[in-house]
Design a protein. Structure first.
Length: 214
């Protein structure tokens, strides 16, 4: 199962689908992607935050946005406070994983985006039913997505997946923030728990928020 490819398909479908007024599964299906891709894209497009995801049309683009936020945080804090051992200096290559690292990153970011979308309980039956009933040629992917929607990852789950990878931690938080958009109380709680679980510096969180357009 190719998580990197799945994430790229979802982000690309969101980007394409946003240019159409009709945001339904039929239209998204014509744009491309299987049921899992269509279900996730439809779920994200129906949220008030969907415009924030347009700048992240691929995993590489999302990584670049996270890198710019991290770079800004490093520049603003290194001279004043010295290096923070919990947030080491990173270069652009740290945000451009390849091979198995890219697969792991794709899986984590997808889990995080689904968890963020589920934080306020707005995942609709339409998306669940689409994924459940139209597994097509990739039932493994459909089953994985369905399991994530039915049992979204907690902030602690995501932190365990990320481990000691500050670049991926920043990227995952950025993805979650873009999904949440204008925050409800439950989304505020989720993002707070996520930033704490990932041990993100408050100033870095601010930089990621700004990069997300908030």
């Amino acid at each position: 199962m190719n998580f990197n490819n799945l994430l790229n398909q979802v982000l690309n479908t969101v980007q394409k689908g946003s240019s159409h007024a009709g945001r339904n599964s039929s239209l998204l299906g014509k744009i491309g992607g299987g049921a899992a891709v269509t279900g996730l894209a439809s779920m994200l497009l129906k949220r008030k935050s969907s415009k924030k995801l347009l700048n992240a049309g691929s995993m590489a683009a999302l990584g670049m946005l996270a890198y710019h936020a991290y770079q800004s945080w490093q520049r603003n804090n290194q001279n004043a406070n010295g290096n923070n051992p919990a947030q080491p200096v990173l270069n652009q290559a740290s945000f451009e994983p390849t091979g198995q690292a890219a697969e792991d990153a794709g899986r984590v970011i997808l889990r995080t985006m689904i968890a963020a979308a589920a934080a306020d309980g707005v995942i609709e039956d339409e998306e669940r039913n689409l994924i459940q009933s139209e597994s097509g040629n990739d039932p493994e992917t459909a089953r994985w997505v369905e399991s994530q929607i039915n049992s979204p990852a907690s902030a602690a789950d995501i932190a365990r997946d990320i481990g000691n990878n500050p670049a991926l931690a920043a990227e995952a938080y950025l993805a979650a923030r873009m999904v949440c958009g204008e925050l409800s109380r439950k989304e505020i709680v989720f993002l707070s728990q996520l930033s704490q679980a990932l041990k993100l510096d408050d100033k870095l969180v601010e930089a990621l928020e700004q990069q997300a357009g908030f």
